[in-house]
Design a protein around this ligand. Structure first.
Ligand SMILES: [Fe+2]
Length: 245
């Protein structure tokens, strides 16, 4: 499908502006520097809903990635196939004014505002592409996909990073929520160092804010953990197979 830009209404543009203006002031303090840099590079502003064609021209020049318009949440196989080919699936719809704070399914403010700026960072997209290739490889095994989704969840969606001794956010699930932005960096939730085994053993919840977050030291650390992710998931699959037999 395609983003049909003319279809956005004045309310859509206004909702985008409200969400952008509400979250933007929190970002210098809370978001990873790479998100701020990326936001500038892809040219997102409060004044207009991003036009995918324009954004893609910029992204292709930076990391070779692009936004790929989808109607909503896509099946795992398509999700991984797209990202293994440097295409990030994103919806084209914007929530209604009545849904500013609660959504059952991610809209563009999540998929685009929160996810796309980091696609300008090479180590980050290399990590995303590598775990997507694992997803393709393991697509027939629901347990493998579930374990992989824990990695995705606690990094791409809810990851924190330490920058110059300070905690910052890079996970899009946090960056698209002004409430969770403040909460995630505070004293209430647990903060753990990035640890593949620990994440693989951690269940997550989709219906409320996270009770724990994992902290990386750099995007290279994420990328360099790729062999370990593969090894640790394969080990768990073997153990499970052995327990069944
Ligand atoms: Fe997301």
């Amino acid at each position: 499908m395609k983003q049909i830009y003319e279809n956005y209404t004045a309310e859509d543009q206004n909702v985008w502006k409200i969400l952008f203006d509400r979250q933007f002031p929190n970002l210098p303090e809370a978001a990873t520097g790479e998100f701020m840099t990326g936001l500038k590079k892809v040219n997102f502003t409060a004044e207009k809903i991003p036009n995918f064609e324009e954004t893609n021209e910029i992204l292709r020049g930076l990391t070779g990635w692009e936004i790929y318009a989808v109607p909503g949440i896509v099946e795992d196989d398509l999700f991984f196939d797209l990202m293994a080919n440097k295409k990030f699936p994103a919806t084209t719809w914007v929530r209604k004014m009545s849904q500013l704070d609660y959504l059952e399914e991610p809209d563009m403010f999540h998929d685009v505002f929160a996810h796309i700026p980091l696609l300008a960072n090479q180590a980050f997209v290399d990590f995303l592409q590598a775990i997507s290739k694992f997803g393709q490889e393991w697509i027939e095994d629901p347990w493998a996909i579930h374990l992989l989704s824990r990695i995705y969840w606690f990094t791409i969606e809810f990851g924190l990073i330490r920058e110059n001794g300070e905690l910052k956010i890079y996970g899009a699930g946090v960056l698209s929520s002004s409430g969770e932005t403040k909460y995630s960096l505070g004293n209430e939730p647990e903060h753990h160092e990035y640890d593949v085994d620990h994440i693989l053993d951690t269940t997550y919840r989709k219906d409320k804010m996270q009770d724990r977050y994992f902290i990386i030291d750099s995007y290279e650390q994420l990328y360099n953990s790729i062999p370990e992710i593969k090894e640790k998931i394969e080990l768990r699959l073997k153990e499970k197979a052995a327990a069944v037999n």
